[in-house]
Design a protein around this ligand. Sequence first.
Ligand SMILES: Cc1ncc(COP(=O)(O)O)c(C=O)c1O
Length: 463
Amino acid sequence: MENSVGESSTTAAVTSIYHGLPLLTTRLVSSSNNTNNNNNTQNKMSLVINGDSHTQAHLGQVITHYLASLQPHKQRFLGYPTNEEFNYEALAPLLHLHLNNAGDPFHGSSFTLNSTSFEVSVLDWFANLWDIQKSEYWGYVTTGGTEGNLHGLLLGREQFPDGILYASQDSHYSVFKIARMYRMQCIKVATLISGQIDCHHLKALLLANKHKPAIINLNIGTTMKGAVDDIDLVIKTLDETGFSRDRFYIHCDGALFGIMLPFLKEAASKISFKKAIGSITISGHKFLGCPIPCGVVITRLEHMKALSRDVVEVIASRDATVTGSRSGHAPIFLWYSLQKKGIIGIEKEVERCIMNARYLRDQLGSAGIGAMLNELSCTVVFERPLDDEFVSRWSLACNGNIAHVVVMQHVTLSMLDSFVSEFLQNRVIWFRDGLRKPLCIANDVGAIHCTCPLHNSIKLLDI
Ligand SMILES: Cc1ncc(COP(=O)(O)O)c(C=O)c1O
């Protein structure tokens, strides 16, 4: 395939079948200002590296063209939990340096072009957020939530080499990949309709496997439904099943919501190292908004010490991180974002995301489209649109019969209005011949939130 800017790579050939009918691959209704996918071949600029040396002007042109091709996507970027509203122009001079934080941020390194002082400030901020003393924690800035999971679960595995990893079926796919990478026995735990871990099922599994320590991955905001697992209930379940503190390790995967939760008055104490948890991770490019993927992992110092005491001669630092070279820019972006927003700014952004998510849920509901929003969440779940091009146009993420919108800072009410209105117009066309029907999402979000013909008729009977 030709490698060029301006060509969409998001619309894949569709083979999925719904209600016995293939998904639609052509857009049926489009708005007049639609520039989706930017498929005009005349506008493509070749990206092939052919060995020639190109002028700065030419390269600048390619980048300008690429940027322009992204703008329409940005205006409809609804399905992924990344904050696209930020301005880091002040940090541009840093692009003149390669900064590398290889090693332990607290230990120093012989790579002097580093930003570990910024990194430690960021880590201190998160340690304070999650209630752990400076002298008792360790952590580092990662490449993202996945690396945070790799690190947190490794600490659990190192503490309990024969432990069983328990993760709810709604956990991020990285958790199951990590279990395979580390060759850990992994048991999937059922979830409630909200997406929270089902502690009744967990209890039965723990009782059946009492002979082995438990390593538990908990979600502070599941990927698809934004569900927050109940840490207290899980700890109570461990206690009731005879797992004392020295026989379990809990890792909290808080990719998006681990930073948002403490700013919600109703939930401020939910995620905290005052509880018997071992580690927490978040993605830095999600709520905080960072142009490059990054994340933070915080653990108890004692766990890290068990992992590594070695000082590696080449970098003159302690080797306790998953990767070797680590971005020196990422901690500065995180530091800048935290400093610019301040506590009040973060609080306001969290509140706005939640309020706007409620708005979307209500708009979908009023339009007769089944939708669910967990109480402390900005992830609105609804029936999967039947047209894959519509899905791609709004950058939606889908799983089975459901799709979701994650209402982040850049998502405005007018974007949401356009989305609902276009969804409605398309639905009329998808369903007009009567061959296709709204998908049933009762198993995913509960019958009450489902507007498929069956559950709609049951609701009518109830009235
Ligand atoms: C719950 C959860 N965990 C982990 C991840 C992975 O994070 P990253 O993409 O930063 O590696 C995600 C990504 O969406 C997520 O939703």
